[in-house]
Design a protein around this ligand. Sequence first.
Ligand SMILES: [Zn+2]
Length: 136
Amino acid sequence: MEIREPVWREREAPRALSEGERQLAETLAAATREDDLVAQVRQAHVAADCGCGCSSVRLAGDGPAVGPDVVRRLSSNDRDDYVCVSAGVAGGADGEPASVTLHVVGGLVHELELFAGEGVPMAPPAVDRLRHITVS
Ligand SMILES: [Zn+2]
């Protein structure tokens, strides 16, 4: 797993996900075939923004969390507390390679990462641009 230290800026009030964020997060969650994770995304809010300048957001919602047994089954390295769904983005962002990742921590959707380089903002890509969606 890559080492990453997001510098979260808590929002004074949570905001709803944008339509692009919601579609992206839902598509990534659906790749797990766990309806409960998709349901979490549908009622999640953005609780914090990454302060590095990228467009990653931290998600918060009411759950319910998926169980550790489910997480372990989805995890590619036998973890029961963490799983993620990643995809490449066809065409990248402004020509630079880009990727997106939905992080699930403790059975709850935790972060929607939009990565096009450290501190580089990017709009949520349309879901038909996702490539090689991987649950790990
Ligand atoms: Zn960032």
